[in-house]
Design a protein around this ligand. Sequence first.
Ligand code: NAD
Ligand code: MG
Length: 382
Amino acid sequence: MSVGIAILGSTGSIGRSTLRVLERQSDRFHTVALTAFESADELEVQARETGARLVGLVSRSGNSRASGFAQRQKWLHGRECLVEAATHPDVGIVVNAIVGAAGLEATIAALSEGKRVALANKESLVMAGDVVMRAAKDGGGELVPIDSEHSGVLQCLAGQTSNSLSRLILTASGGPFRNWPLEKVKNATVDQALAHPTWKMGPKITIDSATLANKALEVIEAHFLFGLSYDDIQVVVHPQSIVHAFTEFVDGSILSQLGFPDMELPILYALTYPERIDDSGVRRFDPVAAGDLTFEPLRRDAFPTFSHGVRAGRMGGTATAVFNAANEVAVHRFLNGKITFGKISEVIDVTLSSHEVRPADSIESVLEADRWARVEAERSCS
Ligand code: NAD
Ligand code: MG
């Protein structure tokens, strides 16, 4: 039977890749709901092409398509559309491809309703890992990562007994400033930071990849998904982005999933997990074309944001929500030319250092920490 899909953030990089995967797999899946922040024109085209019945535009300033061009389509405006799409009765899988904290509510709502959430929006798990995992357990939902590193780990865990996982080594491309001297990194421009060497992604995660905040977010994501302590989650720089992670088992054996950097494969796997299905659209691997695979340590001095993120993970409770919020504020300010690249890590450090950690055991406590951190981070930006 064909499974109904909601794509939250369908106009973004992951959203568009998901639509390409679904187009090839139209006998297994059909698109029920689409949402975007403000790209009304693109959303309208997507809605027409997929036949989605529920279409949501978060920003109320966009053109009103409320009348719809087809009678059977329902257009919603405002952020409520996210939960409505995520909990639609005809939806079996929610692809959460929203960027940032805005994705949290929909992740929790979908899991509470027993849906599968194919999660690209790592920020929801970083902010509220315990709440999200509990929502899945209590609601009967299922969280399947789209992030390539975590998808790689999940694929290596297939068929293993529980408790056999002992350690993860996540790979990081190192971003555009991997070899830059420390002082030069601090003054990198927006254009330089947006020029990622291996992945084409939305602007926020591209900056996160340049500061390596993204890798810290992924360490925290792995902690919640796979239940490992922070001592057992390490990171190595691998500029070619071919090996997505090393998954170590208790006997010392290592398994890895490999592939060219292309998000369509982890998206497909998150939809079909634990099954694998044929997809001729995914670029096939060629070891000779991949060339030399190299590994080097992460330069913590040049990328202090990474250490602040892992520190937040170890602090636990509301600290990860604070790290995430301060990072979002600082990245936004950097992209608007208001602060330097080097200031991003300073803003995060100051905000995290002045935070009094509380248990992150409810959505309210997480959102309260998020709000507090945004105010503090804005203050230290100016
Ligand atoms: P993007 O900026 O290209 O797209 C973001 C999408 O979210 C857009 O459709 C936008 O309309 C929507 N959106 C933005 N703000 C919103 C808000 N306030 N409310 C509702 N919707 C909003 O981002 P992306 O690169 O596709 O990344 C999306 C998520 O996937 C991020 O969490 C990112 O970390 C994660 N991710 C991305 C990649 C990648 O290759 N792009 C890889 C791994 C993980
Ligand atoms: Mg990743």
